[in-house]
Ligand binder design. Structure first.
Ligand SMILES: [Zn+2]
Length: 420
């Protein structure tokens, strides 16, 4: 039985690696081949200079090369942690808990935190290179070393403040609620997610960024008029100093019900015309209006429900633990399950991306219909593509697998087809 579990896991793990590694190579080759022909897509002629196109290809190639090695590195790290580190971490957590008389829960929480720390530490090299190597080379990175360190420390503190009580409750439910603990855990985790949606914008996000209400003026008036026209209740429009970390631009809204906030990155306001910015907002409100966000939350909740049920089954199978050299315990089950479930369900990623791309088309359509004009949305898409040096020619298999958004060319063509 142990042998079977191990073989199955390694087979899926390898399959996922081969698919992702292969797709990346395919994509790199495709981008270079398109570049050799030196032709911009029709939609971009006159909107992107040859220089910008060259730069976007270089950025794509550099990212792809980085992905090639980080993929290999991440896989190796995961295997080492799974087969060589988890067992000793568990014993270490047990010893620490014992010497401070922290009991079972202490043991479990220390173990989970230690695993988390090991993952943070091992991802530092790729993290540092991505920020200060790759992104900096193409002029995107604005993060200073000081800010990078501060962000990591704040993340750790937050992880402790939220993670410790959270783990305590989950471990307690597993211990105290009998066979149906997973139903209780499901209710608890779902409630926590809702709580996070409510407290994130007002209590957590301001710790990392400065938020200011968008100053009075034409832009603000037009956004409010748009929200009014769509029937989008909002508690305010804010700008965020995204430029302190990166030159990439964005806009989003957070919160639920009437407490929704619209957040615009300062980079977006700087890089876009008012019409384009408004189109981006109409697109975002479209996601809300068409219940995309709610639907995604429901899908995630279903996955969580099934996952927790499976976990409750695995908890009763000592072979699952033995296969990875661990003794069965609630905390080992949590960690093991979160590490193993990725490779076991990797095919769900592309399916979710497919759903997400469908939502993007719908939100684009919504924006164009609301503004009674497809042009601003098209221009915003071109603008975003050029400024972010996005890959104009991803390999179709690569984008089908990885892209949560269709390419700008696909989106603009769709707008032209469906908007009169
Ligand atoms: Zn969208």
């Amino acid at each position: 039985m142990e042998q079977l579990i191990l073989t199955l896991f390694l087979a899926l793990f390898t399959l996922e690696f081969l698919i992702e590694f292969g797709l990346n190579e395919l994509n790199l080759r495709h981008v270079r081949a398109c570049w050799d022909s030196k032709e911009l897509p029709d939609l971009f002629t006159g909107k992107m200079t040859a220089d910008e196109y060259d730069k976007s290809v270089q950025y794509t190639v550099a990212s792809g090369r980085f992905q090639r090695w980080s993929e290999v590195y991440d896989r190796l790290i995961t295997l080492v942690i799974l087969f060589a580190v988890l067992g000793s971490l568990d014993r270490f957590a047990g010893t620490v808990a014992q010497s401070f008389s922290l009991g079972w829960y202490g043991h479990g929480i220390i173990f989970c935190l230690a695993v988390g720390l090991v993952f943070i530490a091992t991802s530092l090299p790729t993290d540092l290179y991505a920020t200060f190597g790759l992104e900096a080379k193409f002029g995107f990175n604005k993060t200073t070393v000081r800010l990078f360190v501060a962000d990591k420390l704040k993340g750790l503190v937050l992880g402790l403040l939220i993670g410790v009580p959270f783990l305590f409750v989950v471990l307690w439910l597993m211990q105290a609620m009998g066979d149906y603990w997973w139903l209780w855990a499901f209710a608890f985790i779902t409630a926590c997610q809702f709580l996070m949606i409510v407290i994130f914008p007002t209590f957590i996000a301001p710790w990392f960024n400065k938020f200011e209400t968008l100053k009075e003026g034409e832009f603000r008036e037009r956004i409010l008029a748009l929200a009014n026209q769509i029937g989008f209740a909002t508690s305010g429009i804010f700008t965020m100093d995204g430029s302190k970390r990166s030159a990439h631009s964005n806009a989003y809204f957070t919160g639920i019900g009437k407490a929704k906030r619209i957040v615009l990155f300062d980079t977006l306001i700087e890089q876009m015309t008012m019409d384009q910015g408004l189109a981006v907002l109409a697109h975002e409100m479209g996601h809300y209006k068409m219940k995309h966000i709610r639907r995604m939350l429901v899908v995630q909740a279903i996955f969580l429900f099934i996952g927790l049920y499976l976990l409750s089954m695995l908890l009763k199978a000592p072979a699952f633990f033995n296969a990875f050299g661990l003794t069965s315990s609630n905390h080992a089950a949590l960690v093991l399950f979160s590490l193993v479930s990725g490779p076991a369900t990797f095919f769900l990623g592309p399916l979710m991306n497919r759903l997400s791309r469908k939502h993007e088309y719908e939100a684009d359509h919504f924006a164009a219909m609301t503004l009674r004009d497809g042009k601003p949305m098209e221009e915003a898409l071109v603008n975003l593509t050029v400024k972010n040096l996005s890959n104009l020619y991803p390999h179709p298999w690569y984008s089908a697998y990885h892209y949560s958004h269709p390419t700008a060319v696909e989106r603009i063509s769709a707008i032209r087809q469906t908007v009169p």
